[in-house]
Design a protein around this ligand. Structure first.
Ligand code: ADQ
Length: 447
């Protein structure tokens, strides 16, 4: 039995984590007795030169801290102003600054230094996500020969966008230090292999292994799941008071996203506007509940998306609201899981319409939360990784407001039989491919 050492950007210390990665890893490490290492969450003036261990969980948790300058360049800078937009296909939003890349390298080197004294020869190391791509290379430079795996939670872009990074060659070199590189979707795996071939002269050896920068590595698609059983229970147990009243005679559509430009929230609002413009009979009969807590607010693109969505919701509400009805309700705070589960269950339509998304756990949570006798309808963007397997959702192109408005109408009017048939197929996938399936499959392949 190998001890699992997971490393992620954020070490969750609170009780109400809102990022998908955090939710997934917490469920996953639950009883494995491993070590989870991540950033403490608050920049510090005097960072410690060792990890800080925290008690209280069934596994060890150890935090590193960062200076304000490191946080700025590594996290807000290279991770979220270069890699995040690039990997989500938004080369137009990339902001390249040499100090961002330097900070990204420096912080990954520092994490390797802090982790080194705590590693045992038999540990399996599993590094999570785009903030930490260089970490295996940094550990290898320090003599670590353990199995090291990586999982990318966000999409991997096509080669033309990789070429817009300041350092595509260096990036593929970083990847080559992993024994297993995991992606969410088959599309990401194809993009990676094609990018590695075009930009780094990689040679595919078979459909899983490739020779990259002089090393042999393995890559695969491992679609992440949710704690399906837990979520089903949560939704069944949702108390009446956690639901929205005053809505009994109107239909509700729900969107739950971090407020991020990749999630397609303005496009969703515009499609809803079109739906109301073209179907006046739906006035007072359907509303959209959008829950979207802001994130990364010091990055300009996030300030812009917040302004854009608030402005648009205000305009649409001004255009259509009546004394008794507001078409869009926009909530900016995270809400507890049991409350969220109750709202999903109550919503007739789940709107998951990102322009790009690694997987999207909200799609799976929405399905898990439904009442099987009278389930709601999932509308899912073809650009979410989830769409590769959740084919019984109503699949839409989020760039096309006409397509989305038609899907909304179809979902609202769908017969109970068709709703049950689609939902049963979706639920089976969500339950069979849950988060423990994901962890087991990944770790077996790494092993
Ligand atoms: P995210 O971009 O954060 O995750 P997502 O997969 O939708 O996206 O996960 C969001 C999680 O946060 C869900 O569990 C959701 O319930 C929760 N959440 C969102 N808004 C909330 C709110 N207002 N209150 C409470 N909880 C809220 C990244 C990738 C995704 C990938 C995940 C996991 O971008 O594509 O699916 O990692 O790999």
């Amino acid at each position: 039995m190998h001890r699992l050492v997971a490393v992620s950007n954020r070490l969750p210390l609170g009780d109400n984590p809102s990022g998908g990665l955090v939710v997934a890893l917490q469920d996953a490490l639950g009883d494995s007795g491993g070590l989870w290492v991540g950033f403490s969450g608050e920049p510090s003036d005097a960072p410690q030169d060792s990890l800080e261990f925290h008690d209280g969980a069934r596994f060890d948790r150890a935090a590193f801290d960062l200076t304000a300058e490191d946080y700025e360049s590594y996290y807000l800078g290279f991770s979220n102003s270069v890699l995040w937009p690039a990997f989500h296909g938004r080369a137009d939003l990339i902001e390249i600054k040499p100090e961002y890349l330097q900070g990204y390298r420096r912080v990954n080197d520092r994490i390797a230094d802090l982790l080194l004294p705590h590693l045992k020869p038999d540990d399996r190391i599993w590094i999570q996500d785009y903030q930490l791509i260089p970490l295996a290379a940094a550990l290898r430079e320090r003599g670590v020969t353990n199995r090291i795996g990586f999982f990318l939670h966000i999409p991997f872009p096509d080669p033309a966008i990789c070429a817009a990074l300041p350092n595509p060659g260096e990036m593929f070199g970083w990847f080559s230090n992993y024994d297993l590189i995991g992606f969410q979707a088959r599309r990401d795996l194809r993009n990676f292999i094609e990018g590695a071939r075009q930009l780094s002269q990689a040679e595919p050896l078979d459909d899983q292994r490739l020779r990259l920068c002089g090393r042999e590595t393995r890559a695969g698609a491992f679609p992440i799941g949710i704690d399906a059983a837990g979520f089903i229970d949560e939704a069944r147990g949702a108390r009446e008071e956690d639901r929205m009243r005053s809505l009994t005679d109107s239909k509700m559509m729900i969107g739950v996203d971090r407020l991020d430009y990749s999630k397609g929230i303005p496009q969703r609002f515009r499609a809803f506007q079109l739906l109301l413009e073209n179907n006046p009979d739906l006035i007072e009969k359907v509303m959209l509940l959008q829950i979207a807590p802001p994130t990364r607010e010091s990055v300009e693109a996030y300030q812009n998306i917040r302004e854009e969505t608030e402005h648009l919701a205000g305009r649409i509400n001004g255009q259509f609201a009546t004394v008794n009805w507001t078409p869009i309700r926009f909530i900016h705070r995270p809400i507890p899981r049991h409350e969220l589960a109750g709202l999903y269950r109550q919503a007739n339509v789940g709107l998951v319409t990102p322009l790009a998304d690694g997987m999207n756990l909200v799609a799976k949570e929405y399905v898990a939360a439904q009442d099987v006798a009278d389930p709601g309808v999932l509308i899912l963007s073809r650009f979410a990784g989830a769409a590769e397997d959740m084919t019984e959702a109503v699949i839409v192109n989020p760039h096309d407001p006409w397509d989305m408005a038609a899907a909304m109408k179809r979902a609202i009017e769908m017969t109970p039989n068709e709703r049950r048939r689609r939902h049963a197929a979706l639920l089976q996938d969500v339950v069979e491919h849950d988060v423990s399936w994901w962890v087991d499959r990944y770790l077996q392949t790494l092993g």
